[in-house]
Design a binder for this molecule. Structure first.
Ligand code: BTX
Length: 326
């Protein structure tokens, strides 16, 4: 853990009271001058720090700016986000994360940006990532699981995000298989999981999360208006991005640990609590074949489980799905 994040934790724990420079210097094993320099850095991040002669330091005002420091502040995780790479503008946080992963950045590293100039969805689709209006981040994981299980990480991530949003009244998030988070039938978040693997071993996985937070109606591109939304559009208020990032990282750490310990079963049942249109009729096409079926839920391996019109249960791994059948 860096000195900066230890300092942040000490100041955050002290809340309203002052901590002396002497005390900080002893606990962090750095000079008083070094502490003063750290304080100046925190001020650049938007914190208002009070330094009282002979008494010490305390935080007068917290910062709402997204930065590696402000996310670390009060983040209650043990390994996700111990390293945070924040950039104002990137092409895609996925791109930055892949690079960092190749440079051996640790398990749990988070890459986050205010804005993406070419945010990506699945299959080279575009992900609109307006400056300062959403959570655009990628998390590097190094799970010791076989590559075929990687798609389960997507379902796990979707579950964690749905759980965070579900804590707020009136959002009622749903997960559209495999990875869209919907509110009132409109997409509020998407997940893109990419992995680098050998035959039987994952080198690393990059889980990308895009969550629309503070866009107004007019800030959502016309072409996707009818199927995209933001937390602000749903609730008519601004949401604090830092808090959401912290809550997502905390939920993700918890889900990940339980996934490794207990396997996919637990994720599956939680996922199904939020499953969009479970028990209803959907229509599937792959190639020129088209059929209607009842959506039952997900299988033990994360596949889509359907009941065909002849009454047989079937697992589906990929198909174009039409979710609305009259
Ligand atoms: P997806 O392929 O399921 O969804 C992409 C589709 O969603 C687009 O074709 C478009 O119709 C629609 N769309 C585009 N932008 C938005 C938006 N902001 N809100 C709602 N709908 C939209 C989903 O892919 C995965 C998205 C992952 C995004 C994260 S952001 C951080 C990381 N970096 C990066 O480049 N991608 C990931």
């Amino acid at each position: 853990e860096s000195t900066r994040s230890k300092l942040i934790r000490l100041l955050a724990d002290a809340k309203e009271s002052y901590i002396s420079g002497q005390q900080l210097s002893e606990q962090l094993h750095i000079s008083r001058t070094a502490i003063w320099k750290h304080m100046k850095e925190l001020e650049k991040d938007g914190y208002v720090i009070e330094a009282k002669p002979k008494t010490g330091y305390r935080i007068k005002e917290y910062s709402g700016n997204v930065s590696s420091n402000t996310i670390t502040w009060g983040l209650n995780t043990s390994w996700i986000g111990k390293e945070i790479i924040h950039k104002p503008t990137v092409t895609s946080t996925q791109f930055v994360a892949h690079q960092a992963a190749r440079d051996n950045t640790p398990h749990g590293t988070v890459v986050i940006a205010d804005e993406q100039s070419s945010g990506r969805g699945r299959m080279d689709r575009v992900w609109h990532s307006k400056k300062g209006k959403g959570v655009w981040m990628s998390i590097i994981l190094r799970p010791k699981i076989p590559p075929y299980m990687a798609p389960q990480l997507t379902l796990m991530t979707a579950t964690a995000i749905a759980e965070v949003l579900d804590q707020y009244d009136g959002l009622q998030p749903k997960i559209k298989w495999p990875n869209d988070i919907l509110i009132q039938n409109k997409k509020v978040a998407g997940i893109l999981t990419e992995m680098q693997a050998e035959q039987d071993r994952i080198q690393y996985v990059v889980v990308g999360i895009g969550l629309n937070v503070n866009q107004d109606n007019k800030e959502i591109p016309d072409a996707i208006h009818y199927r995209a939304t933001s937390l602000k559009m749903e609730t008519e208020k601004e949401w604090p991005i830092i808090d959401l990032v912290q809550q997502i990282l905390e939920a993700l750490e918890k889900e990940y640990e339980s996934f490794l310990k207990k396997g996919f079963r637990d994720v599956k049942s939680k996922w199904e609590n939020y499953g969009f249109r479970i028990g209803e009729k959907i229509s599937l096409h792959s190639g020129s074949k088209k059929k209607e079926a009842v959506f039952l839920g997900i299988a033990e391996d994360g596949a889509l489980l359907i009941e065909s019109s002849n009454g047989e249960t079937e697992k589906i791994y990929s198909a174009e799905i039409d979710w609305f059948v009259e």
